[in-house]
Ligand binder design. Structure first.
Ligand code: AMP
Length: 425
């Protein structure tokens, strides 16, 4: 299967070729022909699967084919997405894939000045990428006119609902023409998503990429560790394994700030990205990370959602997420588009229950490797810390204290020699 098989126009094929893609990803192979036929889709695909091109390429082709009979340029395609970063990334993809087509696009999101957005919209755009809040604001001010939208994309729909955008989304939906093509992408199909889909999709074709297909390239490992040793272990891993780029997840904004500070004290350049940071600070941190100036990006789930960072080899769960699905989203930041990646979770005693829920969701046990010198805490009872290794892996020692041997994992062979070095404290 090649991109030529889809019957995409030369302008799009050239843009795809410029990106260096030879083979469509599974979600692209499934979604592109369906979208080109004008059908609605309900797709379970996470970020990292190539879903952006999966909807952008056919969307651009359809806009290009359908002659606009309106004098000025009304918005004909609307892409709604939960976070500012994701909106900016999708807008960049629309720009890149549409660079040889006479299609105008822009992006609007909150946290930055509205004036430039108003000016761009007044000049007219064909494709608008937006976060719900700012779009609603612009629509209420009669700046964004949504009555000619032919194609609506709801990207990361589950996260938009999690973030409380449902009311904004419903208001936006009410401004759109009833007759349109709707593409809904969601990492999970909760009942809320199904309810939303039922009201807005017309005979949708289901596109489902197996959960593991997206994270198939990702090696997952759990490092059991005492809560108070997590920071030292993280610094040790970064240094001893010479990680150049790592994305670290914390559960709270406060935790992200604190960890960033502590890493700084350890001499490791880190920046935090979360909802309390100004848009300028978030953009600066992300740019610094992408350019390799910042070694560690510490993020909360919401801020990290959908981040597309090329060749991110390591993701660390400094704290496990409360919602097991978030674990899947987090590790999807690495091992993207066929590359391999490593996802490590630093898990203390209190989090073992969360780990079990995650393992239930992903349908497998994650190999546990205790790092020498960073003992797991027992939480008081040795029995409770029983760890369950994956088949063929030796169980980690319980109650290992600093200096004792650590567990070896056949899943992470190169770890053996590296881990036997004494940790830098
Ligand atoms: P997405 O899931 O849309 O965020 O895409 C994840 C990453 O995969 C992005 O960096 C894309 O540039 C890249 N990508 C998308 N489609 C392909 C493809 N067919 N071949 C190789 N890389 C791709």
């Amino acid at each position: 299967m090649t991109f030529e098989n889809f019957g995409l126009c030369d302008e799009l094929l050239r843009a795809v070729h410029d990106q260096g893609y030879d083979t469509p990803s599974p979600v692209q192979a499934q979604a592109i022909p369906i979208v080109l036929q004008g059908k609605d889709i309900m797709a379970a695909a996470q970020t990292g699967t190539g879903k952006t091109a999966g909807f952008t390429l056919p969307l651009l082709q359809r806009l290009h084919q359908a002659k606009s009979d309106h004098g000025r340029r009304p918005i004909r395609a609307l892409i709604l997405t939960p976070t500012r970063e994701l909106a900016a990334q999708i807008a960049e993809s629309v720009r890149v894939y549409g660079k040889y087509l006479p299609v105008r696009s822009t992006v609007v999101f909150g946290g930055v000045g509205i004036k430039p957005q108003i000016n761009t919209l007044r000049r007219g755009v064909d494709v608008l990428v937006a976060t719900p809040g700012r779009l609603l604001d612009l629509a209420n001010q009669k700046i964004a006119h949504l009555s000619h939208v032919d194609i609506l994309v709801l990207d990361e729909a589950d996260r938009m609902l999690d973030m409380g955008f449902i009311h904004d989304i419903r208001k936006i939906l009410a401004m759109l023409p009833k007759k349109r093509q709707t593409l809904l992408f969601s990492a999970t199909f909760s009942n809320d998503i199904k309810r939303l889909a039922k009201g807005i999709l017309h005979q949708p074709v289901l596109v489902e990429i197996a959960r593991n297909e997206a994270s198939g390239q990702v090696t997952q490992v759990v490092h059991p560790v005492g809560k108070s040793s997590k920071r030292a272990l993280l610094s040790h891993l970064i240094r001893s394994q010479a990680w150049q780029q790592v994305l670290v997840f914390t559960r709270t904004k406060h935790g992200a700030n604190r960890l960033t500070e502590q890493l700084g004290k350890d001499g490791i350049q880190a920046a935090a990205i979360h909802g309390n940071k100004s848009q300028t600070a978030r953009t600066k941190a992300l740019a610094g990370f992408k350019q390799g100036e910042i070694r560690v990006l510490v993020a909360t789930d919401i801020a990290a959602r959908g981040l597309d960072i090329d060749q991110l080899p390591h993701v660390v769960n400094y704290e496990l997420p409360n919602v097991p699905e978030d674990y899947v989203h987090r590790i999807g930041r690495t091992g993207r588009a066929g590359r391999s990646g490593e996802a490590m979770s630093l898990v203390c005693h209190e989090e073992m229950k969360l780990l079990r829920s995650i393992e239930k969701l992903i349908g497998k046990q994650v190999t546990q490797v205790e790092i020498e010198g960073f003992a797991a805490d027992t939480g008081g009872s040795e029995e409770e810390t029983t760890t369950r290794p994956a088949p063929n892996h030796r169980a980690p020692r319980r109650n290992t204290s600093r200096g004792q041997r650590n567990t070896r994992s056949t899943n992470a062979p190169s770890r053996r020699s590296r881990n036997s070095a004494r940790p830098a404290r």
